[in-house]
Design a protein around this ligand. Sequence first.
Ligand code: PEP
Ligand code: MG
Length: 526
Amino acid sequence: MGPAFVPTTGRPEPERDRINEDEVEPGLRRFKDAAEVVAGKLSETGDELRESGNEEEAGIFEFHVEMTEDPELVSAVEERIRELESPEAAVLAVGEEYAAEFAAMDDEYMAARADDVRDVTGQISAELMGRGASGFEALKTPSVVLARSLAPSETARIPKGMALGFVTAEGSRTSHVSIMARSMGIPAVVGVGEALEDALDAKKVAIDGGEGSAITDPDNDTVARFERMSTALAEEQAALDEYRHVEARTSEGRRIEVAANLGSASEAEDALAWGAEGVGLFRTEFLFMERDDLPSEDEQCIAYSAVASAFGEKPVIIRTLDVGGDKNLPGVDQAREENPFLGWRGIRMSLDTPDLFKPQLRAILRAAADGNLKVMFPMVADVGELEAAKAMLQESRAELETEGAETGEVEAGVMIETPAAALCAAELAKESAFFSIGTNDLVQYTLAADRGNERLRRLQNADHPAVLALIRQTCEAADAAGIPAGVCGEAAGEPEMIPKLIALGVTELSMGAPAIPRAKKVVSEL
Ligand code: PEP
Ligand code: MG
């Protein structure tokens, strides 16, 4: 519960639309000054982030600075001012034009760039109207963030500790905003649809992430109820602290390893503090998505090696690039697809683009010298894909050895997230060192229900006989081959799913780190 914060990545209203002839010259100057002020603030934030080791986030700010200086954008705004549009109206209109062009590309990555351009032009117009910063920089007190959608690049810009929770019009429980909220340890109410519009004027918001409800400007009774709830939650959390660093074991003595899902190297220390016994899923795509160019082999090696070193002997599973579907990549020619989730994504794309795949494999092999790294391939549908990926891994190792580079041992495993992989699990197990079941996608593909569609909530659930049957089959195949079968989809951290997964034969659980203590408790009580 807390004050509502609506980031003005949306559309701020200009105070005036038109200006007089004699205001053109001053208007042009004011626009230039405002753009400079905004660029200055953005690069300051970028520098601070870089100094504190947040390379990826710093990259976003640099991109925004470039946008404020984009010659085409600048001259489009100047032209409108000369046509007697007010500078704030001109910059907003140009921002919208650019954003519409990006959005029309019908591509999630480009749609995210639409938000970037709105964000930047919104800040310039706010500066022109004397309102100063308007994005997350303005978030100075811990607040509940209300937005139509929140891209990973946006959540990454929220100053630490300033978001108490999220309410978004779009999204589902396995969409990226939910995944980010879970790893930040804050509640999120997503997929509220048009109801968000009515909430935007609220001063205060109370949200219940467990129930999925948000109450605007709560009355005294509601405030009291939420205060009781949050005290109870804090007590519960404190009671869970004793489970952080235990080794989870069922009463029959079955040992279940509880690990963390990470989106960036900067989350490693927090994850260890929550009690992570390893990393069950390092989503490497964020390293690629939050910047405008591709990270080099060396840059990747630094990120993987940072996680490997932080975890020491504990296993860290690096998942190779899983773009496509709802995640696109700058610098890669991804043609528009009718059905992106059934398209060129994950291992399919990696195998077709060795220029992208090989440097990643080489970076993983090199970073493995600093810890206990494993590699995992996403979206595998048949044994041939696994064999081809392993062949490239071998090839990369041979190259590095010829070059005399230091490498480490790297086991290769497969994500079981297509029904095909689950049905071929016995074959795949012969070639894999481990399985990790991605229930988010396994549910989506088994039940033919888009994981981001807020109308299909009923079907976005791993607790379905068809999904459970595939998980059972996967675990049986793993057991027969003597390899571990983990789960790294969101179901792994859901207390009501954990007993079912373990009963089906799952041996490892990997989740957003704040869910770890509770998961260990649930396992210990089985
Ligand atoms: C999954 O599909 O369950 C998974 C863990 O991968 P992602 O959510 O990144 O697709
Ligand atoms: Mg997946």
